[in-house]
Design a binder for this molecule. Structure first.
Ligand code: 5GP
Length: 204
């Protein structure tokens, strides 16, 4: 049995990570994919919890070994999703959530066309810029690059089925929960989750 696959993308500074963590606190049965990256850890980040932090040589070997379901270069660093993690989680029927960029989302969609895409937008460009400036751990140069990249990322919002505008965090979270619940309530997904009931009530 395979679970649902949620792909969540957003420009840097839209509040994606906070929203995802709040969602997972409410829906602990969703497995969050921990990506691999060659980016250096930020001060508050923990290896194995936020990312698997790897050097470029190791990342390259993993690409060559076919270990990634998708990988992409984002802001000058490499990021990739472990194929094994996704397959193992889905095989046990768990829903999986990927927090990746639009390039990765496009690759995943080719393999899993049923993946449910959710794009998170900021309420305005000013709000986005302010949030990027508040992230003191990144240098001014990095912030400028991220703002330019954010504009590029947002151009791909139309590739995603759902859009959340993250103005008020509680409202955005409620919308995110609604998307997950609606996806789980689709006929075929309900049938997969309750095969005996469906057999007795509908197809018997
Ligand atoms: P950050 O360095 O701020 O954590 O993430 C930068 C960007 O890389 C974000 O857009 C994030 O979604 C994306 N990203 C994180 N993990 C992956 C991944 O495994 N694959 C891809 N394609 N993008 C990722």
């Amino acid at each position: 049995m395979s679970g649902l696959l949620f792909i969540v993308a957003a420009p840097s500074g839209a509040g994606k990570t906070t929203l995802v963590h709040r969602l997972l606190a409410q829906k602990p049965d969703i497995a969050l994919s921990i990506s691999c990256t060659t980016r250096a850890p930020r001060p508050n980040e923990v290896d194995g919890r936020d990312y698997h932090f790897l050097d470029a040589a190791r990342f390259q070997r993993m690409i060559e070994a076919g270990d990634f379901l998708e990988w992409a270069q984002v802001h000058g660093n490499f990021y990739g999703t472990s194929r094994r993690f996704i397959e193992d989680a889905r095989d046990t029927g768990r829903d999986v959530l990927l927090e990746i960029d639009w390039q990765g989302a496009a690759q995943v969609r080719k393999v899993f066309p049923d993946a449910i895409g959710v794009f998170i937008l900021p309420p305005s460009l000013d709000a986005l810029a302010a949030r990027l400036h508040d992230r003191a751990s990144d240098s001014a140069d990095v912030i400028a690059r991220r703002l330019a990249a954010a504009r590029e990322e947002m151009r791909h919002a139309g590739d995603f089925s759902y859009v959340i505008i993250n103005d008020d965090l509680d409202a955005a979270l409620a919308q995110f929960v609604s998307i997950v619940e609606a996806a789980r309530l689709e006929f075929l997904n309900q049938k997969k989750r309750h095969p005996d009931l469906f057999h007795h009530l509908i197809s018997a």
